[in-house]
Design a protein around this ligand. Structure first.
Ligand code: ADP
Length: 480
């Protein structure tokens, strides 16, 4: 607008001053032509400048439009992406969304909601009545009154309901909802999320059932265990009392036989009678040994708690003293490194070593002096693959190897049972109780014992005892 007005004003101004400048007609005409040329040139320049400015403006707008367009494309892409992800996560977790447009009466379901209800996604439009028809008849009233309550209070509570799919499958759903209000504060929509928890619910029910069964079973096991413990205690005391009381008549038999031997003149007795008396004496001595061993066995209770720091070197020395006669008689050699202190029942450790070392002396090869080698090392429970050891716990391994008659490997477990004897009973004295006592002692220490035998070459007995509590004593351990 300015461009055209300015040119016109200029022309008018020049023309009005022309009369004052000259009255020569030709000059006036040429000046007028010059003014027209000037006006045209300046108008052209102005229009060009204007056009240039407009072009720049348009290209700026275009540019901004392009930017906006690509932004929109990007947002649309992101929206599509998040919708795909949403659909995937709904399908994966069996979670669906729903929206009930209260006034219109229809319900919008996400694809997964259709699947949960056993329908093809978006295969039909859902009315409120249609939705109600899916609900299990027993849950229908409850769900209806929950919905009414939400509309009244404007608060939708979490809910659970059973539905029946068109193919008759029953499903359990868990859901959450919200009430959307209109401008007048009236409920306009009810929106929510709902999950199919049928599998989890059934699993949980099964699990609860199993837990209940398990609890019942453990309760009855605990009762049985108490009963067993009681019976065990009774048996132990019976064993003890019986063995104890048996000693009395036995002592009497032995006393009277020795009196007969002392008082009667042997020449008056026939050799047969003397032989019988001798046999009675030997049998009664054997019975006494048996009773003593049984007493020791029943004494060795597996609930012994008199644990204290035990110096194993002192125990070995004491054992050597106890077995001195046998050691001397058979020229036995016992090699033993410096042993550590351990937390144990000292008397039981002594009993254990007495039984093992005396066996090595007893079951020596004829004409070969017993050579017993004791070794000791520490190891972690995880290294004891053959025993139910506690992986993280430290154990002391005591190994006693001898060069005796050995035994067949197939009996390596059996020999720890009561009255189990592998070798000739006439040649080797014994009751078959010693190793059973060893096993009991080791059990009482929560340890393990193991035997290896090589017939004609020797045997090795290995004892593992956990190094509990008294970790300080480990500094003394010499590891072979
Ligand atoms: P016993 O009183 O018969 O020695 P144990 O319970 O101490 O009873 O041992 C059970 C059996 O294991 C023995 O009878 C013997 O056959 C075998 N045995 C035990 N220790 C050894 C050993 N060091 N060498 C060979 N055999 C052994």
């Amino acid at each position: 607008e300015d461009i055209t007005v300015i040119s016109m004003v200029r022309r008018k101004a020049l023309r009005s001053f022309l009369a004052h400048y000259t009255s020569d007609f030709d000059l006036c005409l040429s000046i007028m032509e010059e003014v027209d040329r000037f006006t045209m040139a300046s108008e052209t320049a102005s229009f060009n400048a204007y056009l240039h400015i407009q072009k720049e403006k348009i290209s700026g707008i275009n540019h901004a439009l392009e930017n906006r367009y690509s932004e929109l494309l990007l947002t649309q892409e992101q929206l599509q992406e998040s919708e795909t992800l949403n659909k995937q996560s709904q399908a994966l977790t069996h979670i669906g969304n729903w929206m009930w447009h209260i006034t219109e009466g229809n319900i919008t379901w996400s694809d997964e909601m259709y699947r949960i209800y056993g329908l093809e996604p978006q295969s039909e439009s859902i009315t409120f009545e249609r939705f109600i028809s899916f609900i299990h008849p027993r849950d229908r009233d409850k769900r209806m009154s929950e919905i009414e309550e939400s509309l009244k209070t404007h608060v939708a509570k979490d809910y659970m309901l059973r539905i029946i799919n068109p193919d008759g499958t029953e499903k359990i759903l868990k859901g959450k909802g919200d009430v959307v209000l209109d401008q007048n504060n009236n409920p306009e929509k009810l929106v929510g999320t709902c999950q199919d928890i049928t599998i989890e619910y059934n699993l949980n029910r099964e699990l609860t059932e199993k837990v209940k069964q398990f609890e019942k079973l453990s309760a009855s096991l605990a009762v049985k265990n108490d009963e067993l413990n009681q019976i065990n205690k009774e048996l132990e005391s019976f064993n003890y009392v019986a063995s104890h009381d048996l000693q009395e008549p036995l002592r009497k038999i032995q006393t009277f036989i020795s009196r007969i031997n002392d008082k009667s003149k042997p020449e008056l007795l026939s050799s047969g009678t003397l032989d019988y008396f001798n046999k009675i004496l030997i049998s009664s001595q054997r019975m006494q040994l048996l009773i003593e061993d049984l007493l020791t066995f029943s004494h060795t209770t597996s609930h012994q708690t008199a644990f204290s720091i035990t110096n194993l070197n002192e125990v070995v020395n004491e054992v050597k003293n106890i077995l001195a006669a046998g050691i001397e008689e058979k020229y036995a050699v016992i090699e033993c490194p410096v042993l550590p202190n351990i937390l144990a029942v000292p008397f039981q450790m002594q009993q254990l070593l007495v039984n093992l070392i005396s066996n090595s002396i007893k079951y020596a090869r004829a004409d070969v002096a017993p050579h017993i080698v004791i070794s000791c090392k520490l190891l972690k429970g995880k290294a004891l693959s053959t025993f139910p050891a506690i992986a993280s716990k430290q154990y002391i391994e005591l190994k006693l190897s001898d060069n005796g008659i050995g035994f067949d490997e197939e009996h390596k477990d059996k020999i720890f049972g009561l009255f189990q004897r592998l070798h000739n009973k006439d040649k080797y004295s014994g009751t078959g109780i010693g190793l059973a006592i060893c096993k009991k002692i080791v059990n009482n220490h929560k340890g393990f014992i193991n035997a290896e035998g090589h017939p004609g070459k020797g045997s090795t007995f290995t004892v593992y005892i956990p190094m509990e509590k008294e970790k300080k004593s480990l500094k003394d351990v010499s590891v072979n």
